[in-house]
Design a protein around this ligand. Sequence first.
Ligand code: G6P
Ligand code: MN
Length: 448
Amino acid sequence: MKLTILGGGGFRVPLVYGALLGDHAEGRVSRVTLHDTDLDRLTAVARVLDEQAGGVPDAPAVLATTDLDEALKGADFVFSAIRVGGLAGRAADERVALDAGVLGQETVGAGGIAYGLRTVPVAVDLARRIARLAPDAWVINFTNPAGMVTEAMSRHLGNRVVGICDTPVGLGRRIARVLGADPDHAWIDYAGLNHLGWVQGLYVNGRNELPRLLADDALLGSFEEGKLFGTDLIRSLGAVPNEYLHYYYFNREAVRAYQRAELTRGAFLREQQQGFYARMREPGTPALATWDRTRAEREATYMSENREVAGAGDRAASDLESGGYEQVALALMRAVSRNERTSLILNVRNAGVLSALDADAVVEVPCLVDANGAHPVAVSPLPYHAAGLVTSVKAVERAVLEAADSGSRSAAVRAFALHPLVDSVNVARELVDAYTRVHPQLAYLDKP
Ligand code: G6P
Ligand code: MN
């Protein structure tokens, strides 16, 4: 099996490689091709992988290249984990929004729309290229904003592209753990869009255990989402929201905290990662140890302002371990390539599962995965408040896709204006002007 990673010089690639190293079964990935536009970053990451492979006799062979066509040819799986505009682009997405008085975040609100407008045209080019050069490959999209990008790619790759996020898995695991259930044997009734979903039930042996959690203050307040949202809100909703809903339910506080912060998340990571890649250019640097230290710091500071707003304290030790993102990817590949049936929460075409959305809308729902791909399964219907947010945000995503496709500036303005976290059409217009000034990749928005 050949796996190609687009964005192969990215910081989280060693997580994926680490998961592959633990797979010794027949039909496992034996070759990994890293593709990146930046040779320096590729070299740095290849050094980390080389140390990871030390002492593992059947470690997958690693090849690094800046030639995209060469990377794609013969691929069985393609992971797409690119970052158009780099972390400097992310920092600008966040800053422009915060200066306009609205949320500046990588995937939610104005920042996510700006990131989508930059990324979708590139993702579509990649999808077309994959359809031509590796028509049988399965594509796993990690690139944020993951739901929107997966939908854009699905227009060219159909069901061969599946989007991944680790937040639903992490949430399901935390709930299962506090209930004393085995996370691997719990069925999670989760639905929504990427970074916009709710757990409405958690079934163990056919029995819904969520009511037991909702009824118990101590249990409910003992894990990340319980602390972020507070027990009253969760109990009143009757569902546990994905952590990204903190940006919606506590928007005013989150925006203020982000405005006050010395550095946005993107700016913090830009500096952290610059330091990492610079150290990796020095020959004596212990690659794996340096990478791991950097990773731990990134994990510990994840959503720190939101936790501060909520008085949630530090992240739990179990949430700092990796195991979400890369394990979902590995499980997905195993299920597809070896028909090892499993159920995973993934970003796929709706096909009727959420009645408020059309069949082609990419949603984040539990799927049964087998050699034929990921098949979404029935979930509890979304209550009005959730269906309302989901349909609004899907309309925003569709406007982004339309703008990316046509170059229409008014579609871009509509994307911002329709977002529930952008409170005026004037702000939406301002945002389009400001983003096109700072991002050269948005020069295509030149049609009326
Ligand atoms: C979560 C999200 C991802 C995001 C990651 C890293 O796992 O689901 O979509 O990429 O956090 O966030 P960070 O702020 O560290 O880049
Ligand atoms: Mn995610």
